[in-house]
Write a protein that binds this ligand. Structure first.
Ligand code: A3P
Length: 312
């Protein structure tokens, strides 16, 4: 794995943030090819939250696809059996779409009032950039985060695939991440916003971690269902419903569905759904980042989060 590891000593020229469409807006780096500033402004201006709304929030590569599959399945489990759930033929991102990547990108003031309750939405935007109506309402936000080392490596693979940059050096991606110049970054600011709000409003914001979901999927899935207002009954627990949902939403199962192997979302710049499913492991970064790189990013995080109870 020697050649894969980042030594932080690349001689290959960097790809600037602007070449990836990254633009600094309201204090965060926005991938404007995917999420135009105009759609963010419209979302902030026009979106009217309802108390029953459920919003999946995350930074890219933190486990969004997985969390969307779980949320969709939990909320809709009385309407669809696993054998006929729309997840069998649609990627999770099509069933829970992003405000800034879909709804307000396709239409600057879409009519979202006809969507049946509870409306399921998602966003990669940081908490401070959410529409005020969300902050004022009683809606529920589930945030997922992940150790930043795995996020860097996952992002690197993903960006190379999306922007067709096979030669983009990992060192470049890593250094940008450490400077906070990455999709919806800085990472620490993004996580902190939701972390702080989850402390302040625990019944409105649930803070989840990819690693905890991997470690104890049963406990975390029950916690998620409870928070969403769709708790599992004793009968459901006894008959194995929780485990059936976990198995259905697992990496190995979703990855093998035809829609995720060969499908592509309409009008999306993501060339193939399969880019959302790479290795699905915790700690894969060890095969890519040198101990020096790991120490460097650890130190950045320690400094940036020094006044917070949030740790990675
Ligand atoms: P890796 O690149 O480390 O494999 P996001 O959905 O936020 O874009 O995150 C993508 C990451 O989650 C990728 O990580 C992907 O493989 C992983 N992933 C996708 N579906 C998953 C699932 N059902 N269970 C666990 N991990 C999953």
């Amino acid at each position: 794995m020697e050649s894969k590891k980042s030594s932080l000593a690349s001689s290959t020229p960097n790809i600037s943030p602007s070449a990836q469409g990254l633009t600094q807006f309201q204090g965060f780096w926005i991938p404007t090819l995917i999420a135009p500033i105009s759609s963010i402004i419209s979302f902030q201006k026009y979106f009217q939250a309802l108390d029953e709304d459920i919003i999946v929030a995350s930074k890219p590569k933190a486990g969004t696809t997985w969390l969307k599959a779980l949320v969709f399945t939990i909320v809709n489990r009385h309407s669809y059996k696993l054998s006929n759930t729309p997840l069998n033929s649609a990627n999770p991102h099509q069933l829970i779409s992003h405000f800034e990547i879909k709804f307000y990108k396709e239409n600057l003031n879409p009519d979202l009032s006809k969507i049946p309750s509870p409306r399921l939405f998602s966003t990669h935007l940081p908490y401070p950039m959410l529409a005020d109506s969300i902050k004022r309402s009683n809606c529920r936000i589930v945030y997922i985060t992940r150790n930043p080392f795995d996020i860097v490596v996952s992002s690197w693979h993903f960006i190379k695939g999306v922007h067709n940059l096979p030669d983009w050096p990992l060192e470049d991606c890593f250094e940008m991440f450490c400077r906070g110049e990455e999709s919806y970054g800085p990472f620490w600011e993004h996580a902190l916003g939701y972390w702080n709000m989850s402390m302040e409003k625990p019944s409105n914001i649930l803070f989840m971690r990819y690693e905890e979901l991997k470690e104890d999927p049963v406990a975390q899935t029950k916690r998620l269902a409870e928070f969403l207002g769709f708790p599992f009954s004793i009968e459901e627990e006894k008959t194995g419903v929780v485990n059936q949902i976990i198995d259905f939403c697992s990496f190995n199962h979703l990855k093998e569905l035809e829609v995720n192997k060969t499908g592509k979302m309409p009008r999306s710049i993501i060339p193939s759904n399969k880019l959302f499913f790479r290795s699905g492991k915790v700690g894969d970064y060890i095969n890519y980042l040198s101990p020096t790189a790991v120490e460097l990013l650890s130190n950045v995080l320690k400094e940036k989060l020094s006044e917070s109870s949030l740790t990675f």
